[in-house]
Design a protein. Structure first.
Length: 162
């Protein structure tokens, strides 16, 4: 791990804001169901279940997004040293306004589809797309995106020009 180029760490404030918002929504769903029960039996069952799922998601977001990502010459890794995406599979970085990307983040288009993966507030991986960002600081996201762009460009130029 001594060849780390860029680290991306989630912002404590953004993590807590997201978790608190999800937790409040879950509590409100449960409270509304018991204070003014809906007429349909289906809603009496499903709405509290959804509320519990929101509360579970809030605590899961706090646990999963606690650690960040780091970039090496081999690719993008999480804090458990598991590879999120290999550098050879990264085709281009899209930071455009209309890109389907996380909040203040960026999108990496991949050459080949990768298995689905998700760490709330850090990244999501779906098919040939990798979205990075969410609960992370925009300046760090920009720095990581620029570093990935440079590594992709170095790879395309070949080893003799690096």
């Amino acid at each position: 791990m001594n060849d780390v180029i860029v680290k991306l760490e989630p912002s404590l404030g953004r993590r807590w804001f997201g978790a608190i918002a999800l937790g409040i929504l879950g509590v409100l769903l449960i409270w509304v169901t018991f204070s003014r029960p809906p007429d349909a039996l289906f809603l009496k069952i499903i709405v509290p279940v959804i509320g519990v799922l929101f509360i579970w998601q809030a605590q899961w977001n706090l646990r999963v997004a606690k650690h960040g990502l780091y970039l090496t010459k081999e690719g993008l890794f999480d804090a458990k040293n598991e590879q999120v995406c290999a550098l050879y599979n990264m085709a281009e970085v899209d930071r455009g306004v209309f890109a389907f990307k996380p909040s203040n983040g960026f999108l990496v288009r991949l050459h080949e589809a990768e298995p689905k993966g998700w760490a709330p507030g850090l990244y999501w991986r779906l098919g040939r797309r990798l979205g990075v960002g969410g609960a992370t600081h925009p300046a760090q996201n920009k720095q990581l995106a620029q570093a990935i762009e440079v590594l992709i460009m170095e790879r395309s130029l070949g080893p003799e020009n690096a």
